[in-house]
Design a protein around this ligand. Structure first.
Ligand code: S3P
Length: 169
């Protein structure tokens, strides 16, 4: 099975979709792994993302993110990877994402994203509305550039999105 990598902005449904897809695919591939890069980093450093941002800053977090992607790209096992929304911030990450597997961009209109996760205390970059919208504007083309498949997680149901992803594998 080709690995699947989810990218998309905070609140775009990457975690939910990756879990639903995992529950379907694990029946056919019992060895498949489900990895969330944020959870992976939190476990590796035994720290919360918000704490890492507050004490070491964003650049340090981005270094760990890239290190994590490199580790995952060396893995032999089938996997579904759900990436933190800022994974496209480092240009170097784009070829690594593509080398891991089929990249799926979970696309949702910015107003819906803000309604879903604006001011979420566990997401350090969702505190300020103008900054949130600006980040989205900066990243949108990067998500599109790296994507093999684009799904509409703002309007389509989870089932429909999963079906579209499965057809594209
Ligand atoms: C971030 C998104 C978060 C997390 C961190 C930074 C971002 O992940 O990696 O707070 O820069 O967009 P989610 O997309 O899972 O919220």
């Amino acid at each position: 099975m080709n690995n699947i990598v989810f990218v998309g902005f905070m609140g775009s449904g990457k975690t939910t979709l990756s879990k639903v897809l995992y529950n379907e695919l694990v029946k056919e591939n019992p060895d498949i792994r489900l990895i969330d890069t944020d959870a992976y980093i939190e476990e590796k450093l035994s720290r919360k993302i918000s704490d890492i941002f507050a004490h070491e800053g964003e650049a340090y977090f981005r270094d760990i993110e890239t290190e994590t992607l490199r580790e995952l790209s060396d893995s032999e096992k089938s996997m579904i990877v759900s990436c933190g929304g800022g994974i496209v911030e480092r240009k170097d990450n784009l070829p690594i994402l593509k080398s891991i597997g089929t990249v799926v961009f979970a696309n949702t209109p910015i107003e819906i994203l803000w309604d879903r996760v604006g001011n979420d205390p566990s997401r350090p970059l969702s505190k300020d509305k103008d900054g949130f919208f600006e980040l989205y504007g900066r990243r949108l083309n990067l998500y599109k550039e790296v994507a093999d498949v684009i799904i509409d997680t703002g309007n389509d149901t989870v089932e429909k999105c999963v079906e579209k992803i499965r057809r594209s594998l």
